[in-house]
Design a protein around this ligand. Structure first.
Ligand code: ATP
Ligand code: MG
Length: 388
């Protein structure tokens, strides 16, 4: 017997006439997620249903529970749309769960099909009474039952279930557009990428490195972070760009305390060029506010000013410990804390400027051949498609 998994989505149901558009995206993403398995996804009214071989049950549930837009999932027992069939399925399901032990339960029916002749309270009562008759050692407890037996009366069949796995919620990836994530090897930027995806953005990533001053391992780390994010998005194109030559120029030609700031501006310019070439509409960074010298309002303004593109900073309102908790839950934390050298930490000035004036920055940049440096860096960029 194949297992059926009921997939609930939330927010997208609220979006009025865009609903169909959102549902189509979600359906496509669900299908993409189970590709390579024997599972199939079908559309119901206001729900989706995955049908998979029993042996793939856990794998499919864990995959589906990472699809943005999904609020929750339940493995369900289908029954024909008639009271006796529903009663029999209910008793069998409870029997399976509680062969002998005394147990309290409650029936919770919900009718999305209003043409079904019984109301929800009537279903609760009639199914509950039938279960008590068949399995006399059970008791009903409507306030704090050990087992909640849910019954959904659908258009073509009824679904019975007792467990519920949560999904990540949010919007289906791709539905709000495409963005380019500036992905360092740190804790923050992968979480920022995850949060952008949660709001429906399809994400590509760019990682800037200083090979050979930074080892291959920091590039592998960026790829591994992408792989962890790809669990939620299917595939993430990762652009690898060397900023070694740019750093050398900045070091030899510009004031030391502006080093990081100037490098960040170059990163944003390079990111913008990649984004425009790839048809991506926004840049996404892991910047928060107040964390480090480069994250004062003044620095963020000066850094962001290098690009004319919309910059999203999904972490802005989060404390560090909230970001860490999120990184753990998402699954990127263990990768992020691996030791590595970041191209920025290599050239950390003793006293980074915290209140840089745009004018000083402009003067410092006059010593650089910005166009030439960017062209060279991007000519050497590599693109890899990272899958889970
Ligand atoms: P993270 O933990 O993401 O590294 P952070 O707290 O260390 O963030 P910064 O070092 O100020 O903050 O970097 C701010 C943002 O700039 C990062 O979140 C990331 O989006 C981007 N960034 C920094 N370094 C790189 C890099 N080497 N490649 C790509 N993006 C980078
Ligand atoms: Mg960092």
């Amino acid at each position: 017997m194949p297992v059926k998994i009921l997939i609930r989505y939330g927010e997208i149901a609220l979006k009025g006439k865009n609903r169909r558009f959102f549902e189509d995206f979600l359906l496509q993403n669900l299908k993409q997620t189970v590709r390579g398995s024997a599972a199939q996804i079908v559309r119901l009214r206001g729900r989706f249903l995955a049908i998979a071989p029993e042996k793939e049950r856990d794998k499919i549930i864990s995959r589906l529970s990472r699809v943005f837009g999904v609020v929750s999932l339940s493995a369900v027992q289908p029954a024909a749309l008639e009271l006796p069939a529903i009663q029999a399925a209910a008793a069998a399901l409870v029997q399976d769960l509680a062969p002998e032990a005394p147990l309290t339960f409650k029936v919770e029916a919900r009718r999305s099909n209003k043409s079904f002749p019984l109301t929800s309270p009537e279903i609760n009562r009639l199914v509950g009474a039938y279960i008590l008759e068949m399995i006399p050692h059970l008791r009903v407890d409507v306030h704090n039952p050990a087992l909640r037996l849910s019954i959904e009366i659908g258009q073509e069949e009824a679904f019975l279930y007792h467990d519920r796995h949560s999904g990540p919620g949010g919007l289906p990836v791709g539905v709000t557009g495409k963005g380019l994530l500036l992905l360092s090897g740190g804790i923050d930027s992968p979480v920022a990428g995850w949060m952008a995806m949660k709001r429906g953005l399809a994400v590509e990533a760019v990682h800037f490195h200083s090979f050979p001053f930074t080892g291959r391992r920091s590039q592998e780390k960026a790829a591994d972070l992408c792989r962890a994010l790809a669990l939620y998005a299917g595939e993430i194109p990762l652009h690898m760009v060397s900023v070694t030559a740019i750093q050398k120029e900045i070091r030899s030609r510009c004031p030391e305390e502006l080093g990081i700031l100037l490098l960040r501006r170059m990163m944003l310019r390079a990111a913008e060029k990649i984004a425009r070439r790839r048809g991506l509409e926004a840049l996404i960074t892991g910047e928060s506010l107040g964390q480090v010298a480069s994250q004062t309002l003044e620095s963020m303004a000066v850094i962001g000013g290098a690009s004319g593109m919309l910059i999203l900073r999904p972490l802005l309102g989060l404390d560090k410990h909230e970001i860490v908790d999120r990184a753990r839950a998402v699954g990127t934390y263990a990768i992020s804390i691996r030791p590595f050298e970041d191209c920025c930490t290599l050239f950390v000035p003793k006293h980074p400027a915290t209140r840089p004036s745009p004018k000083r920055v402009e003067e410092a940049e006059a010593a650089l051949d910005i166009g030439g440096l960017l062209e060279e860096a991007l000519a050497g960029a590599e693109l890899e498609f990272i899958k889970e």
